[in-house]
Design a protein around this ligand. Sequence first.
Ligand SMILES: Nc1ncnc2c1ncn2[C@@H]1O[C@H](COP(=O)(O)OP(=O)(O)OP(=O)(O)O)[C@@H](O)[C@H]1O
Length: 313
Amino acid sequence: MSDSIPSNPFSLSPRVAVSGGATASGSNSDVFGPVVIALEEITMRFRHQTVLEGINLQVRKGETLAVIGESGCGKTVLLKLMIGLLKPTKGRVRFEGRDLAGLSQRDLTQMRLRFGFLFQMAALFDSLTIFDNVAFGPREHRLMAPSELPGMVRERLREVGLPEGIEFKKPAELSGGQRKRVGLARALALNPEVLLYDEPTTGLDPVMSDVINELILQTQRAHHTTGIVVTHDMTTVRKVADRVVMLYPRARLKPGEAQMIYDGPPENLHDHSDPRVRQFVRGEAGERLRELSLARDDSVFASEISMPFRFQR
Ligand SMILES: Nc1ncnc2c1ncn2[C@@H]1O[C@H](COP(=O)(O)OP(=O)(O)OP(=O)(O)O)[C@@H](O)[C@H]1O
């Protein structure tokens, strides 16, 4: 293989080579299983702010979906809706066909036990040891005999590459990357079928980010989990996603425009015809700067911005 870096970095997506990729309109039902999570005509409003509107999305068993988009566009809200931590203002959320709105609290708790979460800051309990953090879910829900816990905790910590002895430490004694790995071990302790990752690499150096990306991939392969990854990190998208959806902040949409501006395989993002998609994944400010300058009514500045953006003044 050539050492040169391809002009489209998505062209070497290892997930696509493995899975066969997805169709332009979403996931490929030939490659993945039945629909596990479905969002139908979702609107989410907080007081006077409508964050999500008209969202339709299906996630299939075994697929890893990345959700991208600017800060504040509603990615985390989307994750919370999927597990019933938020109730939509309008529309339905279904898990395996069942409308979450119709589930009792007990059924909702049972459903959530089939999910694992890796939150932005790993969200460990600071006062508990690493052992107690990883054992927390199975212990709380009495899913395992106490005698089975040490073996399970050791196995999960080994799986995420953490050394023996770390289980006696507290989260404050660990690096950011180690904490994320404990967060993943804790999520895996419940043998989840669906894993939700919220910004799994935020705050990590590139090498540790790669370790986390590898662990996400390996987890999917070893446990055949379905994954939903909210991220700004395009390396993560390239490495782990079968399919990507991009949300656009609703407040900046023109009347009648759909909020989900991309739904397809990662390799089509880089050269996409929509400049909002292209510039987001390339990290270019062009369209956003044009919008900002128009908001300032600075038409001269706006007309000077070219694509890709260059400082011309
Ligand atoms: N419980 C809540 N009550 C009121 N507003 C909320 C609530 N949760 C989220 N929001 C608002 O919804 C919007 C979207 O939030 P969300 O956390 O989903 O953004 P995001 O796309 O995940 O952003 P980031 O990439 O910065 O994490 C924000 O304006 C936020 O203030």
